[in-house]
Design a protein around this ligand. Structure first.
Ligand SMILES: NC(=O)c1ccc[n+]([C@@H]2O[C@H](COP(=O)([O-])OP(=O)(O)OC[C@H]3O[C@@H](n4cnc5c(N)ncnc54)[C@H](O)[C@@H]3O)[C@@H](O)[C@H]2O)c1
Length: 470
C-alpha cells in the first residue's frame, strides 16, 4: 500500500519534472520527509538485482584500453593526461565535431601515442561500447548523456569513468547502481576535487584523528560562469544555460560534497539521511544578458529558473551536518569552501588554507605551524605523484592524480576510491535539492544506494604510503 502510494507520488513528481509543473514536488517531499521508515522504503523499492559492488575487485588489466567520448574542454584535457600515464592506450576518440577529433589526434601524435579510431555520429557511442578491444569508457559528454552511455557501456562489459554529476535524477542514480551490480563493472564518477592537495591532506588528517569527531562539513561550487554559459563558443549547443532555464536547486553538487563526504565517511560508517534546500532569486544571467545583448534581447527576456545561490543542508544518520552551496552566476571569486569542523579542530580552504586546533582553536595556526603540520600529513598519493601531476597540470594537478590513481587501481585489480554508490549519493542531490527548493525547503530523504552496506563498509583505504599500493 505504502509502496503503491510512493510509486504514484514519484510518477507525479516525474510528470512534473517533464512539464515543469512546480506543485508536483509537494507530494514527493511530503512522502519523503517522514524519517527512517521512508528511507528504508526507498531501499525496499529497489531490491538488488545483482551483487553488491562495495569494494569491487576486477581482473587486473596490464594495459587499460580507453575510449574517450566527448572531446570538449574536459575530454580534450583528459586525452592529454591519460596519454601521460604508463600502461594506457587511447583506442577511440569520439565527438560530434570533426575538428575536435583532429586536434585530439594531434595531441596523441605529439605525445608519441598511436592514433585512435574515430567516431563522429550522434549515437556512435553505442558502436564504441560494442567493440571488444576497450576496457574503459571515459565519458566527458554533456550531462544528459552521462547515464545512457554509462549504462550501455557497463551492459557491454566496460568499466566506466563518468564526468560530474554522474546523473541528474534519483531514478538515473539507481540505474547506475543497478547496472553496476548486475554487470560487476566499475562505475566511477570523475570527482577530481577529491584529489586536490589540501583536500587530500585534510582527508589524511581526518583519518588519523587530528580533527577528532567531524560533525560538520561545508563545500561549494562557486564559479562565475556567466560569460561561458552565454557564449555560443562555450558549452556545446549551450547545454548548460539550457539547464539553467528549466531547473533550480543545485545542479552541480559534487565538487563541494565529494571531498567532505569522503572525509566524513559517508557510505562508510555514516550516510546522508535527509536534506533541505533553498535558492535565491535569479539576477546574474539576466543582468549579464542585458549588458551583453541588450534589454530587449531574447537572452534578457527568457526566464532562468536556477537561483543565483542555492544552499543545501544535509543531516546524516549519525547526526552530522553538511552544507553544500552552488553559485555559478554571481560576480565573486572562485570558491569551494571545503570546511571541516570536528571536536578537536577546524580547517578551511578558501579564500586561504587555514587550520585551527585545540587547545588554541580560537586562533588559526601561524604560517610556520601550518606548513609543518600539512607537510607532516601530506597524503601519500600527492606525495607520490604530486610533482608529476603539477607538471602535467589539469586544475593544478588534481585531475592527473585522479586519473593516475584510477588507472593504477584498474591495472592492479583494486577497488576504486570512489564507487558507484558514491556517484549516486553525491549526484542525487541534483534532483533532491530541486525538489526541496520547489517545495518551500521541505525536507527530503536521501536514498540509501548502498542498501544498508554503509554500516559495515570501511573508509577510503589510502592512509599511508603502503596502502597506495595494495
Ligand atoms: N570535473 C571538472 O572539473 C569539470 C569541469 C568542467 C566540466 N565538467 C563536466 O564535464 C562534462 C563535459 O563538460 P565540458 O565543459 O567539456 O563540455 P563541452 O560542451 O565543452 O564538451 C562536451 C563535448 O561533448 C560532445 N558531444 C555532445 N554530444 C555528443 C555525442 N552524442 N557523442 C559524442 N560527443 C558528444 C560535444 O561535441 C562537446 O565537444 C560535463 O559533464 C561537465 O559537468 C567537469
Amino acid at each position: 500500500m505504502k509502496s503503491n502510494r510512493r510509486d504514484f507520488l514519484k510518477k507525479t513528481l516525474y510528470a512534473g519534472l517533464a512539464t515543469g509543473v512546480t506543485s508536483s514536488y509537494a507530494g514527493m517531499a511530503q512522502s519523503m520527509n517522514s524519517g527512517t521508515e521512508q528511507g528504508k522504503a526507498s531501499t525496499d523499492e529497489h531490491p538488488r538485482k545483482g551483487k553488491s559492488v562495495m569494494g569491487l575487485r576486477c581482473d587486473p588489466l596490464t594495459k587499460v584500453r580507453i575510449a574517450v567520448i566527448g572531446l570538449g574542454a574536459r575530454g580534450s584535457s583528459a586525452v592529454i593526461r591519460l596519454s601521460q600515464i604508463e600502461g594506457t592506450h587511447i583506442v577511440v576518440l569520439c565527438d560530434l565535431l570533426r575538428n575536435r577529433i583532429e586536434s585530439n589526434q594531434t595531441t596523441l601524435w605529439k605525445l608519441q601515442r598511436p592514433s585512435a579510431a574515430t567516431y563522429t555520429g550522434e549515437e556512435d557511442w553505442k558502436k564504441i561500447c560494442e567493440r571488444d578491444d576497450i576496457d574503459l569508457i571515459y565519458n566527458t559528454t554533456p550531462w544528459e548523456l552521462h547515464v545512457p552511455i554509462a549504462v550501455y557501456a557497463m551492459k557491454h562489459g566496460k568499466h566506466v569513468a563518468v564526468e560530474v554529476p554522474a546523473a541528474l535524477t534519483v531514478d538515473d542514480c539507481w540505474a547506475l547502481v543497478d547496472t553496476a551490480e548486475e554487470t560487476q563493472c566499475h562505475c566511477m564518477m570523475l570527482e577530481n576535487c577529491c584529489y586536490d592537495f589540501f583536500e587530500l591532506t585534510t582527508l589524511n588528517m581526518a583519518r588519523k584523528g587530528v580533527f577528532g569527531e567531524i560533525y560538520h562539513g561545508e563545500g561549494a561550487y562557486i564559479h562565475d560562469l556567466r560569460s561561458y554559459k552565454h557564449s555560443q563558443n562555450g558549452y556545446h549547443r549551450m547545454w548548460r544555460i539550457k539547464y539553467s532555464r528549466n531547473h533550480t536547486g543545485n545542479p552541480y553538487p559534487t565538487h563541494g560534497l565529494g571531498p567532505v563526504a569522503q572525509i566524513m565517511g559517508i557510505n562508510r560508517g555514516d550516510r546522508l539521511d535527509y536534506l533541505t534546500s533553498t535558492s535565491s532569486n535569479q539576477y546574474g544571467l539576466t543582468l549579464y544578458a542585458e549588458n551583453k545583448f541588450g534589454k530587449d534581447s531574447l537572452e534578457a527576456k527568457v526566464t532562468y529558473k536556477l537561483g543565483d545561490i542555492n544552499s543545501t543542508l544535509i543531516r546524516t544518520v549519525n547526526g552530522h551536518t553538511l552544507l553544500i552551496v552552488h553559485d555559478t552566476t554571481s560576480p565573486r571569486p572562485y570558491d569551494r569552501i571545503h570546511k571541516i569542523s570536528g571536536t578537536k579542530g577546524y580547517a578551511v580552504k578558501y579564500p586561504e588554507e587555514k587550520i585551527a586546533l585545540e587547545p588554541h582553536a580560537h586562533n588559526f595556526l601561524e604560517p610556520e605551524e601550518f606548513k609543518a603540520l600539512t607537510t607532516q600529513y601530506e597524503h601519500p598519493l600527492s606525495k607520490y605523484i604530486g610533482e608529476k601531476a603539477k607538471a602535467v597540470s589539469g586544475h593544478g594537478g588534481m585531475d592527473y592524480i585522479m586519473d593516475w590513481r584510477l588507472i593504477y587501481c584498474l591495472q592492479n585489480g583494486l577497488p576504486l576510491d570512489q564507487d558507484v554508490y558514491d556517484a549516486a549519493t553525491w549526484s542525487c542531490i541534483v534532483e533532491l535539492s530541486e525538489c526541496s527548493t520547489e517545495n518551500r525547503s521541505k525536507s527530503v530523504d536521501v536514498p540509501d544506494f548502498t542498501r544498508g552496506e554503509w554500516q559495515n563498509a570501511k573508509p577510503w583505504p589510502v592512509i599511508d604510503m603502503e596502502t597506495v599500493f595494495c
